[in-house]
Design a protein around this ligand. Sequence first.
Ligand code: PA5
Length: 437
Amino acid sequence: MRVDIGNALASVASPGVSRDALDQLDETVARAHERIERGRADDEFGYASLNLPERTDAAAIEDAVEPLTDAEAILTVGIGGSALGAATVSQALGGLSADGENADAAPLYVLDNVDPARVREILAEVPLDRTAVNVVSRSGTTAETLSNFLVVREAMEAAGVDWTERTVVTTGEEGPLRELADRHDMPALDVPEGVPGRFSALSAVGLVPAAIQGHDIEGLIEGGRAGADSLAGSLFESPAYAYGAVSYALDQRGASITAMMPYEERLEYFAEWFAQLWAESLGKDGLGQTPARALGATDQHSQLQLYRAGPRDKMVTLVRARERADREIPETDIDGLAYLGGSSLGELLDAEFEATEASLAAAGRPNVRIELDRLDAESVGELLYGMEAACILAGELYDIETFNQPAVEWGKRAARGLLGGGDFEEADAVAEKTELL
Ligand code: PA5
């Protein structure tokens, strides 16, 4: 993974960060790196996430899902950090890869929301007797996940399918989901200790669907290892820290919005995963950048106008893979279109990428380029690890609690209380507010 911060420098962009300011910030980065390394060495909550490449056992995941590898569809039932990593990994590796491998992989459906219309659609679409159900919840109590799972289970029973044979559970050591898996002797994998949901993509939480699809999950972990090896006590020596430090520095100078814009359809979920990582980890104490999601080249025809000429409160991250399976554009003699013939869709996408980057730079808008060699398991693993490390570094620089999510927990308790799942003061607050309306 390469990170180019040249277009975030004050000589190019406003807000921008000067080389002197980065040199000064680098001293804080060095201290933050020491803190992170201490946390990793002690397997401290949150910091332990950066040890996943050493801890995740690809073979154990492959063994657990082996009975489900005949699946014609995969249904991930989870939400937030218990769904987005899996969706990101599978989408990034899915479809036709450069050499055509896994072209027939079972499609992944993500049941994260509890919109009844979507749930009905998915249940009507998947062949329930040939579907692998992947239920994921660290707590084992999240209302959306457990409700969706109960609905899926009922649908399978109604279709005469033994759901215990078609389900793999990933959860914490204790809780209702663990008890269910034990009671029915179902394959159950662990959410690793010390790893918050949004940092768990390189564990069973993120890797089960990819393993069922036959993707190279060892390669993903290997990519994570390369990410770990490239962490160093200077932002000038570590691509991940360069990204985290520059994001922080730009935010301090007014770029309170960060737009993640991959130029790969297969990284669309990555932008959503990044948005969760950044928002839920860094949105504390009145601080944190607001993530925005965009897709190149599509959003060049919509959001780019704002990014280039709107308020100077944004940084844009452009992501691409250097090599991809390509498709020629046919020759044509249609007036004015002949120039397209003979080049390829990939060349056009690259031209769009470079044009956007240059257009933002010409308008003095800070942007960062992230480049992968290709969208394979190693590069994707390194990208996810790198963004997690960038986020943890940014959390140190902001001096906030990166690994908790009190606002999210507030909402969970309120919803649970409102549905009669216990006495929660958060639910009382919602009820009082509703009465006032
Ligand atoms: O990152 C997080 O901690 C959250 O997004 C959780 O993953 C999400 O709330 C789901 O929680 P659980 O895995 O307990 O069902």
